[in-house]
Design a protein around this ligand. Sequence first.
Ligand code: PHE
Length: 509
Amino acid sequence: MNQKRSGFGTRIGFELAAAGSAVGLGNLWGFPYKTSANGGAAYLFVYLACILLVGAVAMLAEFYIGRRSRANTVSAYKAISPGWGWLGLLVVVIPAMIMCYYLVLGGYTVKYALGSFVGNAGNYEKFAGNTGDVILHTAVFALPAAAIVIAGVRNGIEKAAKLLLPTMLVILIVISCVSLLLGEGVQEGLSFYLKPDFSKLTGAGILSAMGQAFFSLSLGCGAMITYGSYSGKTVDLVHSTVVVCLLDGLLTFLSGLAIFPALFHYAAVSGESLSALGMGGTGLMFITLPMVFQDMGLAGQIFSLLFFTMTAIAALTSIISILEVVTQFIIQRYKVARTRAVSIVVFACLALSVPVGISLGLDVNGAAGLQLFGRNLLELLDSITNTLLMPLAALGACVAVGWKLPKSERFSGFAGTMVRVVTPILIVVILVFGAVDMIVPAIEGKRVYSPDGFGILLTAVGIVILTVLAYFLILKNRDTGSNRDEARANARRDEAFQAGLRRGWQRPE
Ligand code: PHE
Protein backbone atom coordinates (compact mmCIF):
# COMPACT_ATOMS: atom_id res chain seq x y z
CA MET A 1 0.00 0.00 0.00
CA ASN A 2 1.28 3.44 -0.78
CA GLN A 3 1.74 4.77 2.74
CA LYS A 4 2.30 8.49 2.99
CA ARG A 5 4.67 9.58 5.72
CA SER A 6 2.84 11.81 8.07
CA GLY A 7 5.62 13.65 9.87
CA PHE A 8 7.76 16.69 9.23
CA GLY A 9 9.36 16.73 5.80
CA THR A 10 12.62 18.40 6.80
CA ARG A 11 14.80 18.78 9.85
CA ILE A 12 14.58 22.54 9.73
CA GLY A 13 10.79 22.31 9.54
CA PHE A 14 10.76 20.23 12.72
CA GLU A 15 13.12 22.60 14.50
CA LEU A 16 11.21 25.71 13.49
CA ALA A 17 7.91 24.15 14.56
CA ALA A 18 9.38 23.22 17.95
CA ALA A 19 10.88 26.68 18.32
CA GLY A 20 7.50 28.12 17.35
CA SER A 21 5.94 26.15 20.17
CA ALA A 22 8.57 27.39 22.60
CA VAL A 23 8.44 31.05 21.63
CA GLY A 24 5.14 32.43 22.81
CA LEU A 25 3.47 34.63 25.35
CA GLY A 26 5.86 33.23 27.93
CA ASN A 27 8.73 35.00 26.17
CA LEU A 28 7.01 38.20 25.12
CA TRP A 29 4.62 38.80 27.99
CA GLY A 30 5.79 36.71 30.96
CA PHE A 31 9.54 37.16 30.69
CA PRO A 32 9.73 40.98 30.56
CA TYR A 33 7.51 41.61 33.57
CA LYS A 34 9.12 38.85 35.61
CA THR A 35 12.54 40.20 34.72
CA SER A 36 11.62 43.64 35.93
CA ALA A 37 10.01 42.27 39.07
CA ASN A 38 13.21 40.34 39.85
CA GLY A 39 15.87 42.95 39.37
CA GLY A 40 16.66 42.88 35.64
CA ALA A 41 19.85 41.41 34.20
CA ALA A 42 20.56 38.88 36.94
CA TYR A 43 17.20 37.26 36.20
CA LEU A 44 18.04 37.11 32.50
CA PHE A 45 21.29 35.28 33.20
CA VAL A 46 19.70 32.74 35.52
CA TYR A 47 16.95 32.20 32.98
CA LEU A 48 19.37 31.60 30.11
CA ALA A 49 21.44 29.24 32.27
CA CYS A 50 18.28 27.28 33.17
CA ILE A 51 17.38 26.96 29.51
CA LEU A 52 20.75 25.61 28.52
CA LEU A 53 21.48 23.42 31.52
CA VAL A 54 18.14 22.13 32.68
CA GLY A 55 15.57 22.83 30.01
CA ALA A 56 17.66 21.47 27.16
CA VAL A 57 18.05 18.08 28.83
CA ALA A 58 14.34 17.77 29.56
CA MET A 59 13.58 18.78 25.98
CA LEU A 60 15.92 16.16 24.60
CA ALA A 61 14.22 13.56 26.82
CA GLU A 62 10.77 14.56 25.52
CA PHE A 63 11.87 14.57 21.87
CA TYR A 64 13.33 11.13 22.42
CA ILE A 65 10.20 9.70 24.05
CA GLY A 66 8.18 10.82 21.04
CA ARG A 67 10.63 9.74 18.37
CA ARG A 68 11.24 6.22 19.66
CA SER A 69 7.51 5.47 19.66
CA ARG A 70 6.30 7.53 16.68
CA ALA A 71 2.96 7.84 18.41
CA ASN A 72 0.74 10.04 20.55
CA THR A 73 1.84 10.74 24.10
CA VAL A 74 -0.22 7.96 25.70
CA SER A 75 1.18 5.30 23.39
CA ALA A 76 4.63 6.83 23.76
CA TYR A 77 4.67 6.39 27.54
CA LYS A 78 2.98 3.00 27.25
CA ALA A 79 5.82 1.91 25.00
CA ILE A 80 8.24 2.67 27.82
CA SER A 81 6.13 0.80 30.35
CA PRO A 82 2.39 0.06 30.36
CA GLY A 83 2.17 1.35 33.93
CA TRP A 84 3.43 4.75 32.79
CA GLY A 85 0.74 5.44 30.22
CA TRP A 86 -1.14 7.67 32.65
CA LEU A 87 1.64 10.21 32.33
CA GLY A 88 0.95 10.27 28.60
CA LEU A 89 -2.71 10.97 29.34
CA LEU A 90 -1.75 13.70 31.80
CA VAL A 91 0.13 15.46 29.02
CA VAL A 92 -3.05 15.39 26.94
CA VAL A 93 -5.06 16.90 29.80
CA ILE A 94 -2.49 19.65 30.51
CA PRO A 95 -2.45 21.16 26.99
CA ALA A 96 -6.26 21.03 26.92
CA MET A 97 -6.27 23.09 30.13
CA ILE A 98 -3.63 25.49 28.82
CA MET A 99 -5.62 25.96 25.63
CA CYS A 100 -8.64 27.26 27.56
CA TYR A 101 -6.72 30.31 28.77
CA TYR A 102 -4.05 30.66 26.10
CA LEU A 103 -6.83 31.12 23.52
CA VAL A 104 -8.21 34.04 25.53
CA LEU A 105 -4.80 35.71 25.74
CA GLY A 106 -4.28 35.08 22.03
CA GLY A 107 -7.59 36.85 21.45
CA TYR A 108 -6.30 39.84 23.43
CA THR A 109 -3.21 40.06 21.20
CA VAL A 110 -5.42 40.03 18.09
CA LYS A 111 -7.60 42.76 19.55
CA TYR A 112 -4.58 44.89 20.40
CA ALA A 113 -2.99 44.37 16.96
CA LEU A 114 -6.24 45.43 15.28
CA GLY A 115 -6.67 48.35 17.67
CA SER A 116 -3.22 49.78 16.99
CA PHE A 117 -4.47 52.72 14.93
CA VAL A 118 -7.56 53.36 17.01
CA GLY A 119 -5.62 53.50 20.24
CA ASN A 120 -5.38 50.78 22.85
CA ALA A 121 -4.16 52.92 25.72
CA GLY A 122 -6.50 53.01 28.66
CA ASN A 123 -8.88 50.52 27.10
CA TYR A 124 -7.81 47.38 28.92
CA GLU A 125 -10.67 47.32 31.42
CA LYS A 126 -13.20 48.21 28.76
CA PHE A 127 -12.12 45.47 26.40
CA ALA A 128 -11.68 42.86 29.13
CA GLY A 129 -15.16 43.62 30.41
CA ASN A 130 -16.80 43.36 27.00
CA THR A 131 -17.56 39.66 26.90
CA GLY A 132 -18.84 39.62 23.32
CA ASP A 133 -15.70 41.30 22.06
CA VAL A 134 -13.47 38.93 24.01
CA ILE A 135 -15.27 35.87 22.64
CA LEU A 136 -15.15 37.25 19.11
CA HIS A 137 -11.41 37.88 19.22
CA THR A 138 -10.72 34.55 20.92
CA ALA A 139 -12.53 32.86 18.04
CA VAL A 140 -10.67 34.94 15.46
CA PHE A 141 -7.44 33.79 17.05
CA ALA A 142 -8.52 30.13 17.23
CA LEU A 143 -9.63 29.79 13.61
CA PRO A 144 -6.23 30.05 11.88
CA ALA A 145 -4.78 27.68 14.49
CA ALA A 146 -7.51 25.15 13.69
CA ALA A 147 -7.02 25.57 9.94
CA ILE A 148 -3.27 25.02 10.20
CA VAL A 149 -3.60 21.89 12.32
CA ILE A 150 -6.33 20.53 10.03
CA ALA A 151 -3.94 20.90 7.09
CA GLY A 152 -1.68 18.39 8.83
CA VAL A 153 1.83 18.23 10.20
CA ARG A 154 3.71 18.65 6.95
CA ASN A 155 1.30 20.82 5.00
CA GLY A 156 0.04 22.87 7.91
CA ILE A 157 2.28 23.03 10.97
CA GLU A 158 5.60 22.78 9.14
CA LYS A 159 4.73 25.27 6.41
CA ALA A 160 3.30 27.73 8.93
CA ALA A 161 6.41 27.47 11.11
CA LYS A 162 8.73 28.03 8.16
CA LEU A 163 6.86 31.20 7.33
CA LEU A 164 5.93 32.52 10.77
CA LEU A 165 9.05 32.02 12.85
CA PRO A 166 11.36 33.97 10.53
CA THR A 167 8.66 36.67 10.20
CA MET A 168 8.51 36.98 13.95
CA LEU A 169 12.28 37.15 14.23
CA VAL A 170 12.52 39.91 11.62
CA ILE A 171 9.78 41.98 13.30
CA LEU A 172 11.41 41.57 16.69
CA ILE A 173 14.81 42.64 15.36
CA VAL A 174 13.24 45.72 13.74
CA ILE A 175 11.41 46.65 16.95
CA SER A 176 14.56 46.15 19.03
CA CYS A 177 16.57 48.39 16.70
CA VAL A 178 13.94 51.12 16.82
CA SER A 179 13.70 50.83 20.58
CA LEU A 180 17.46 51.17 20.93
CA LEU A 181 17.40 54.35 18.86
CA LEU A 182 14.84 56.21 20.95
CA GLY A 183 17.44 58.33 22.72
CA GLU A 184 16.69 59.59 26.22
CA GLY A 185 16.35 56.81 28.79
CA VAL A 186 17.62 54.04 26.50
CA GLN A 187 20.96 53.85 28.27
CA GLU A 188 19.26 53.33 31.65
CA GLY A 189 17.00 50.70 30.15
CA LEU A 190 19.96 48.84 28.75
CA SER A 191 21.94 48.84 31.96
CA PHE A 192 18.87 47.67 33.87
CA TYR A 193 18.49 44.79 31.43
CA LEU A 194 22.10 43.85 30.83
CA LYS A 195 24.18 44.83 33.88
CA PRO A 196 23.52 42.14 36.45
CA ASP A 197 23.08 43.06 40.07
CA PHE A 198 22.98 39.66 41.71
CA SER A 199 22.20 41.17 45.10
CA LYS A 200 18.70 41.86 43.79
CA LEU A 201 18.10 38.22 42.99
CA THR A 202 16.19 36.28 45.62
CA GLY A 203 15.58 32.54 45.98
CA ALA A 204 12.06 33.18 44.74
CA GLY A 205 13.52 34.95 41.71
CA ILE A 206 15.72 31.96 40.85
CA LEU A 207 12.76 29.60 41.14
CA SER A 208 10.66 31.88 39.02
CA ALA A 209 13.41 31.90 36.35
CA MET A 210 13.55 28.11 36.36
CA GLY A 211 9.78 27.78 36.10
CA GLN A 212 9.74 30.39 33.37
CA ALA A 213 12.41 28.48 31.44
CA PHE A 214 10.32 25.30 31.58
CA PHE A 215 7.12 27.00 30.48
CA SER A 216 8.93 28.89 27.77
CA LEU A 217 10.39 25.69 26.34
CA SER A 218 6.91 24.08 26.32
CA LEU A 219 8.12 21.26 28.55
CA GLY A 220 5.86 18.99 30.58
CA CYS A 221 2.85 19.37 28.33
CA GLY A 222 3.39 16.83 25.58
CA ALA A 223 4.23 19.33 22.83
CA MET A 224 7.83 18.23 22.43
CA ILE A 225 6.88 14.54 22.64
CA THR A 226 4.31 14.98 19.89
CA TYR A 227 6.63 17.00 17.65
CA GLY A 228 9.44 14.53 18.40
CA SER A 229 7.18 11.72 17.20
CA TYR A 230 6.94 13.41 13.81
CA SER A 231 10.68 14.09 13.46
CA GLY A 232 12.55 12.17 10.79
CA LYS A 233 14.38 9.02 11.83
CA THR A 234 17.73 10.47 10.88
CA VAL A 235 17.32 13.81 12.65
CA ASP A 236 20.01 14.37 15.25
CA LEU A 237 17.89 15.22 18.29
CA VAL A 238 20.79 16.74 20.23
CA HIS A 239 21.38 19.15 17.38
CA SER A 240 17.69 20.01 17.20
CA THR A 241 17.48 20.55 20.95
CA VAL A 242 20.37 22.98 20.83
CA VAL A 243 18.83 24.87 17.89
CA VAL A 244 15.42 25.15 19.57
CA CYS A 245 16.87 26.26 22.91
CA LEU A 246 19.10 28.83 21.22
CA LEU A 247 16.22 30.20 19.18
CA ASP A 248 14.01 30.41 22.25
CA GLY A 249 16.78 32.08 24.25
CA LEU A 250 17.50 34.49 21.41
CA LEU A 251 13.90 35.57 20.99
CA THR A 252 13.47 35.98 24.72
CA PHE A 253 16.61 38.07 24.88
CA LEU A 254 15.40 40.22 21.99
CA SER A 255 12.00 40.75 23.59
CA GLY A 256 13.72 42.37 26.57
CA LEU A 257 15.84 44.41 24.21
CA ALA A 258 12.69 45.63 22.48
CA ILE A 259 10.76 46.45 25.64
CA PHE A 260 13.11 47.84 28.30
CA PRO A 261 14.75 50.70 26.37
CA ALA A 262 11.30 51.81 25.14
CA LEU A 263 9.88 51.67 28.67
CA PHE A 264 12.74 53.60 30.25
CA HIS A 265 12.54 56.11 27.42
CA TYR A 266 8.86 56.65 28.09
CA ALA A 267 9.49 57.01 31.83
CA ALA A 268 12.23 59.57 31.14
CA VAL A 269 10.19 61.74 28.81
CA SER A 270 6.86 61.46 30.62
CA GLY A 271 8.40 61.94 34.05
CA GLU A 272 6.42 59.00 35.42
CA SER A 273 8.11 56.55 37.76
CA LEU A 274 8.64 53.05 36.48
CA SER A 275 6.76 51.49 39.36
CA ALA A 276 3.79 53.77 38.66
CA LEU A 277 3.90 52.45 35.12
CA GLY A 278 3.38 48.94 36.47
CA MET A 279 6.58 47.64 34.96
CA GLY A 280 6.89 44.57 37.15
CA GLY A 281 3.30 43.39 36.82
CA THR A 282 1.15 41.37 34.47
CA GLY A 283 -0.29 44.57 33.02
CA LEU A 284 3.00 45.37 31.30
CA MET A 285 1.87 44.18 27.90
CA PHE A 286 -1.76 45.25 27.82
CA ILE A 287 -1.66 48.40 29.95
CA THR A 288 1.81 49.91 30.02
CA LEU A 289 3.05 49.25 26.49
CA PRO A 290 -0.04 50.75 24.81
CA MET A 291 0.64 53.96 26.77
CA VAL A 292 4.21 53.97 25.54
CA PHE A 293 3.05 53.43 21.96
CA GLN A 294 0.41 56.14 22.19
CA ASP A 295 3.01 58.62 23.30
CA MET A 296 4.97 58.13 20.07
CA GLY A 297 2.28 59.28 17.64
CA LEU A 298 2.04 57.61 14.23
CA ALA A 299 5.37 55.83 14.70
CA GLY A 300 3.95 54.38 17.89
CA GLN A 301 0.88 53.14 16.06
CA ILE A 302 3.04 51.32 13.54
CA PHE A 303 5.20 50.04 16.38
CA SER A 304 2.09 48.81 18.14
CA LEU A 305 0.82 47.01 15.04
CA LEU A 306 4.18 45.29 14.56
CA PHE A 307 4.52 44.40 18.21
CA PHE A 308 1.07 42.93 18.72
CA THR A 309 1.07 41.18 15.35
CA MET A 310 4.31 39.52 16.30
CA THR A 311 2.91 38.58 19.69
CA ALA A 312 -0.20 37.13 18.07
CA ILE A 313 2.01 35.08 15.72
CA ALA A 314 4.08 33.84 18.66
CA ALA A 315 0.92 32.82 20.48
CA LEU A 316 -0.41 31.16 17.32
CA THR A 317 2.62 28.92 16.78
CA SER A 318 2.41 27.91 20.45
CA ILE A 319 -1.29 27.13 20.45
CA ILE A 320 -0.80 25.05 17.29
CA SER A 321 1.57 22.77 19.18
CA ILE A 322 -0.74 22.19 22.12
CA LEU A 323 -3.69 21.68 19.80
CA GLU A 324 -1.68 19.05 17.93
CA VAL A 325 -0.96 17.10 21.14
CA VAL A 326 -4.66 16.63 21.87
CA THR A 327 -5.57 16.17 18.21
CA GLN A 328 -2.94 13.48 17.66
CA PHE A 329 -4.27 11.49 20.60
CA ILE A 330 -7.88 11.73 19.48
CA ILE A 331 -7.09 10.80 15.88
CA GLN A 332 -5.09 7.78 16.91
CA ARG A 333 -7.13 6.51 19.82
CA TYR A 334 -10.57 7.02 18.31
CA LYS A 335 -9.58 6.55 14.65
CA VAL A 336 -11.27 9.72 13.49
CA ALA A 337 -10.19 12.01 10.67
CA ARG A 338 -8.02 15.02 11.47
CA THR A 339 -10.67 17.58 10.55
CA ARG A 340 -13.15 16.05 12.92
CA ALA A 341 -10.63 15.71 15.75
CA VAL A 342 -9.52 19.34 15.46
CA SER A 343 -13.09 20.59 15.26
CA ILE A 344 -14.08 18.72 18.42
CA VAL A 345 -11.06 19.94 20.40
CA VAL A 346 -11.24 23.55 19.26
CA PHE A 347 -14.96 23.77 19.77
CA ALA A 348 -14.75 22.32 23.28
CA CYS A 349 -11.82 24.51 24.31
CA LEU A 350 -13.44 27.61 22.84
CA ALA A 351 -16.59 26.89 24.85
CA LEU A 352 -14.51 26.45 28.00
CA SER A 353 -12.56 29.60 27.29
CA VAL A 354 -15.74 31.68 27.53
CA PRO A 355 -16.02 31.48 31.33
CA VAL A 356 -12.26 32.04 31.54
CA GLY A 357 -12.58 35.24 29.51
CA ILE A 358 -15.55 36.42 31.56
CA SER A 359 -13.79 35.68 34.83
CA LEU A 360 -10.70 37.63 33.76
CA GLY A 361 -12.86 40.53 32.59
CA LEU A 362 -14.70 40.71 35.91
CA ASP A 363 -11.46 40.57 37.84
CA VAL A 364 -9.83 43.30 35.74
CA ASN A 365 -12.84 45.46 36.45
CA GLY A 366 -12.66 44.85 40.18
CA ALA A 367 -15.73 42.60 40.40
CA ALA A 368 -15.05 39.28 42.09
CA GLY A 369 -17.33 37.04 40.05
CA LEU A 370 -16.55 33.62 38.62
CA GLN A 371 -13.57 33.01 40.84
CA LEU A 372 -12.30 29.89 42.47
CA PHE A 373 -9.80 29.74 45.31
CA GLY A 374 -9.50 33.52 45.30
CA ARG A 375 -8.28 33.67 41.71
CA ASN A 376 -9.85 34.34 38.37
CA LEU A 377 -10.10 31.25 36.19
CA LEU A 378 -7.16 32.26 34.01
CA GLU A 379 -4.85 32.59 37.00
CA LEU A 380 -6.25 29.38 38.42
CA LEU A 381 -5.59 27.33 35.28
CA ASP A 382 -2.20 28.95 34.95
CA SER A 383 -1.23 28.07 38.54
CA ILE A 384 -2.43 24.49 38.27
CA THR A 385 -0.61 23.83 35.01
CA ASN A 386 2.51 26.00 35.31
CA THR A 387 3.34 25.60 38.94
CA LEU A 388 2.25 22.03 39.55
CA LEU A 389 1.31 19.79 36.65
CA MET A 390 3.92 20.80 34.05
CA PRO A 391 6.93 20.39 36.35
CA LEU A 392 5.47 17.05 37.45
CA ALA A 393 5.12 15.88 33.85
CA ALA A 394 8.61 17.15 32.92
CA LEU A 395 9.97 15.27 35.92
CA GLY A 396 8.19 12.14 34.68
CA ALA A 397 9.79 12.53 31.25
CA CYS A 398 13.29 12.79 32.73
CA VAL A 399 12.79 9.84 35.09
CA ALA A 400 11.30 7.74 32.29
CA VAL A 401 14.23 8.42 29.98
CA GLY A 402 16.86 8.30 32.70
CA TRP A 403 15.71 5.25 34.60
CA LYS A 404 12.96 3.32 32.79
CA LEU A 405 14.32 2.90 29.27
CA PRO A 406 16.20 -0.29 28.43
CA LYS A 407 19.88 0.20 29.33
CA SER A 408 20.93 0.14 25.68
CA GLU A 409 18.83 3.23 24.97
CA ARG A 410 19.83 5.39 27.92
CA PHE A 411 21.72 8.61 27.40
CA SER A 412 25.38 8.40 28.26
CA GLY A 413 27.91 10.97 29.49
CA PHE A 414 26.85 14.48 30.46
CA ALA A 415 23.29 14.20 29.15
CA GLY A 416 22.91 10.89 31.03
CA THR A 417 23.94 12.35 34.37
CA MET A 418 21.80 15.41 33.84
CA VAL A 419 18.66 13.53 32.86
CA ARG A 420 19.04 10.94 35.61
CA VAL A 421 20.07 13.09 38.54
CA VAL A 422 20.59 16.83 38.16
CA THR A 423 17.53 17.85 36.15
CA PRO A 424 15.09 15.73 38.19
CA ILE A 425 16.45 17.19 41.43
CA LEU A 426 16.09 20.73 40.13
CA ILE A 427 12.55 20.04 38.93
CA VAL A 428 11.62 18.59 42.32
CA VAL A 429 12.98 21.77 43.91
CA ILE A 430 10.85 23.92 41.58
CA LEU A 431 7.82 21.78 42.29
CA VAL A 432 8.21 21.71 46.06
CA PHE A 433 8.97 25.41 46.42
CA GLY A 434 6.17 26.26 44.00
CA ALA A 435 3.73 24.23 46.09
CA VAL A 436 5.01 25.69 49.38
CA ASP A 437 4.69 29.20 48.00
CA MET A 438 1.14 28.40 47.05
CA ILE A 439 0.09 26.93 50.40
CA VAL A 440 1.99 29.28 52.70
CA PRO A 441 2.72 32.39 50.62
CA ALA A 442 4.99 35.05 52.05
CA ILE A 443 2.93 38.11 52.84
CA GLU A 444 5.05 41.06 53.94
CA GLY A 445 7.90 38.74 54.78
CA LYS A 446 5.78 36.38 56.86
CA ARG A 447 4.55 32.99 55.71
CA VAL A 448 0.82 32.71 56.12
CA TYR A 449 -1.27 29.61 55.47
CA SER A 450 -3.56 30.05 52.48
CA PRO A 451 -6.58 27.73 52.30
CA ASP A 452 -7.01 28.85 48.68
CA GLY A 453 -3.50 27.73 47.82
CA PHE A 454 -4.18 24.43 49.50
CA GLY A 455 -7.38 24.13 47.48
CA ILE A 456 -5.43 24.59 44.25
CA LEU A 457 -2.94 21.94 45.27
CA LEU A 458 -5.79 19.53 46.07
CA THR A 459 -7.39 20.29 42.70
CA ALA A 460 -4.14 19.46 40.92
CA VAL A 461 -3.82 16.24 42.91
CA GLY A 462 -7.45 15.44 42.04
CA ILE A 463 -6.73 15.93 38.34
CA VAL A 464 -3.76 13.58 38.54
CA ILE A 465 -5.83 10.94 40.39
CA LEU A 466 -8.66 11.14 37.85
CA THR A 467 -6.16 10.87 35.02
CA VAL A 468 -4.55 7.81 36.57
CA LEU A 469 -7.97 6.20 37.09
CA ALA A 470 -9.11 7.01 33.56
CA TYR A 471 -5.96 5.51 32.16
CA PHE A 472 -6.05 2.27 34.12
CA LEU A 473 -9.80 1.78 33.73
CA ILE A 474 -10.21 2.82 30.10
CA LEU A 475 -6.99 3.05 28.17
CA LYS A 476 -4.37 0.70 29.54
CA ASN A 477 -5.60 -2.42 27.80
CA ARG A 478 -6.86 -0.76 24.65
CA ASP A 479 -5.06 0.06 21.46
CA THR A 480 -4.17 3.75 21.66
CA GLY A 481 -2.74 3.89 18.15
CA SER A 482 0.31 5.44 16.54
CA ASN A 483 1.29 7.86 13.80
CA ARG A 484 1.09 5.02 11.32
CA ASP A 485 -2.68 4.77 11.86
CA GLU A 486 -3.25 8.23 10.49
CA ALA A 487 -0.92 7.63 7.55
CA ARG A 488 -2.72 4.37 6.74
CA ALA A 489 -6.16 5.95 7.04
CA ASN A 490 -5.05 8.74 4.72
CA ALA A 491 -3.67 6.25 2.24
CA ARG A 492 -6.94 4.30 2.35
CA ARG A 493 -8.94 7.47 1.78
CA ASP A 494 -6.69 8.40 -1.14
CA GLU A 495 -7.04 4.96 -2.65
CA ALA A 496 -10.81 5.00 -2.31
CA PHE A 497 -10.85 8.43 -3.91
CA GLN A 498 -8.68 7.30 -6.82
CA ALA A 499 -10.80 4.17 -7.26
CA GLY A 500 -13.86 6.38 -7.29
CA LEU A 501 -12.31 8.53 -9.99
CA ARG A 502 -11.37 5.47 -12.06
CA ARG A 503 -14.89 4.11 -11.76
CA GLY A 504 -16.20 7.47 -12.87
CA TRP A 505 -14.00 7.42 -15.95
CA GLN A 506 -15.04 3.89 -16.87
CA ARG A 507 -18.72 4.63 -16.61
CA PRO A 508 -20.25 4.65 -20.10
CA GLU A 509 -21.80 7.91 -21.19
N1 PHE B 1 6.12 27.97 25.40
C1 PHE B 1 4.97 28.78 25.25
C2 PHE B 1 5.26 30.19 25.67
O1 PHE B 1 6.34 30.53 26.01
C3 PHE B 1 3.81 28.31 26.03
C4 PHE B 1 3.48 26.90 25.84
C5 PHE B 1 3.49 26.08 26.91
C6 PHE B 1 3.21 26.42 24.58
C7 PHE B 1 3.23 24.78 26.74
C8 PHE B 1 2.95 25.10 24.40
C9 PHE B 1 2.97 24.29 25.47
O2 PHE B 1 4.37 31.00 25.68
